[in-house]
Design a protein around this ligand. Structure first.
Ligand SMILES: NC(=O)c1ccc[n+]([C@@H]2O[C@H](COP(=O)([O-])OP(=O)(O)OC[C@H]3O[C@@H](n4cnc5c(N)ncnc54)[C@H](OP(=O)(O)O)[C@@H]3O)[C@@H](O)[C@H]2O)c1
Length: 338
């Protein structure tokens, strides 16, 4: 299978990504057991199909080690010169504390070693507490490490619009901010997307498929109980649906999405992904992959091969208009973590 040219996005002059990124939270252990050998085999299947871009984090269990193993096997199979085909974006999610150069450098060194590379393609930084301004110290050191060649591009995750402006005001360049963005959680539409468009910062979306809730699997189903919500992702986004408008409204949304999907000869998940990919400032959507345990490669490729028109969006919008305002209930992007 070959993905179309529009599946790629230029995140930076020297960094082309697949607009559907493979999310590796799903290998952390919180979504069922993962067999490392099968997981690496699955990484080849994603890559060979054109899904060349990976999203992971220092705290996603073995994710960084799996990228390291994949890179080693990839170099042995295809030659080290083709390693540049892989984009692996990790995160640094430090516990609160001092952010000195040695502390920052040591953390990045661990990721470099685990991932088996001399330079991280993209380092996405998370910070838990805005009242502690040391995130600016961390970002300055990360920017220096970028200038030293250890990080190709610096990025953020779960930062709100006000903090993006503060960081830019300190002259710290970032290429992207990774935030929750879906048909249910449209908070980036309120302020962040416009700011990002103005300042040349891209958004990477997660939660786009609501952990799998946004699919035929849950269409027409009674509200799932805790036993059915058997991954951390399903539990997280069921809570989001509850805050947004509840299971009844979500069923109305799934029913409309099914009509739109049938018209387009795709699936409900494809409509959810396409909707987010078409929003301003969105570079890509990250879709979680339970590597070696479940696989949606061919299905998700369909999201890169069609367009939604005004009729489709006009069918969806009235349902979304009935939902609660998550900006008011939760706050801006990332506030759910603070
Ligand atoms: N920065 C952050 O704070 C943050 C937070 C959460 C996630 N993330 C990133 O985003 C990634 C995505 O994770 P997520 O939790 O947001 O989950 P998600 O992508 O919304 O959902 C992933 C699940 O959707 C199901 N799925 C995938 N394709 C499908 C299709 N075509 N049809 C039907 N179901 C499909 C799969 O379920 P099955 O496996 O059961 O088939 C998969 O495990 C993570 O891996 C991580 O990289 C970042």
């Amino acid at each position: 299978m070959k993905l179309p040219a529009q599946s790629r996005y230029t995140l930076a002059a020297d960094l082309s990504i697949c607009r559907l990124l493979n999310g590796m939270w799903q290998v952390s252990g919180a979504h069922g057991a993962i067999d490392p050998a099968r997981a690496v085999d699955a990484m080849f299947a994603y890559h060979d199909a054109g899904f060349t871009t990976w999203d992971l984090a220092d705290h996603y269990g073995p994710a960084e080690d799996l990228v390291g193993a994949f890179r080693r096997q990839f170099a042995a199979r295809y030659g080290a010169e083709r390693l540049s085909e892989i984009q692996a974006f990790t995160k640094w999610v430090p516990s609160p504390g001092p952010m000195t150069r040695p502390i920052v450098e040591e953390a990045i060194g661990v990721s470099l070693r685990r991932m088996g590379t001399a330079c991280l393609d993209l380092l996405q930084f998370h910070w838990w507490d805005y009242a502690d301004p040391r995130y600016l110290d961390a970002l300055r050191h990360l920017a220096d490490l970028r200038d030293d060649g250890k990080i190709r591009h610096l990025a953020l995750t779960n930062f709100d619009t006000d903090r993006l402006a503060i960081i830019a005001g300190h002259g710290i360049r970032v290429v992207s901010n990774q935030v929750q963005y879906s048909l249910v959680d449209r908070r980036p539409d309120s302020r962040m997307a416009a700011w990002c468009m103005e300042h040349g910062v891209s958004l990477l979306a997660y939660g786009t498929l609501l952990g799998g809730l946004l699919s035929e699997r849950f269409l027409g189903r009674t509200e799932p109980n805790s036993a059915e919500l058997n991954t951390a992702s399903l539990r997280k986004y069921k809570q989001m649906i509850d805050a947004w408008g509840g299971w009844g409204l979500f069923q109305e949304l799934l029913a409309v999405l099914k009509r739109v999907a049938d018209r387009r000869r795709v699936g409900i998940a494809n409509i959810g992904a396409r909707y987010v990919l078409d929003r301003p400032a969105v570079a890509g959507a990250i879709i979680g992959a339970r590597l070696g345990a479940a696989e949606h490669i061919a299905d998700n490729a369909r999201a890169l091969n069609f367009a939604l028109d005004a009729d489709d969006v006009a069918k969806i919008e009235p349902i979304l208009a009935k939902s609660r305002d998550l900006m008011r209930i939760i706050g801006d992007c990332g506030d759910e973590y603070r």
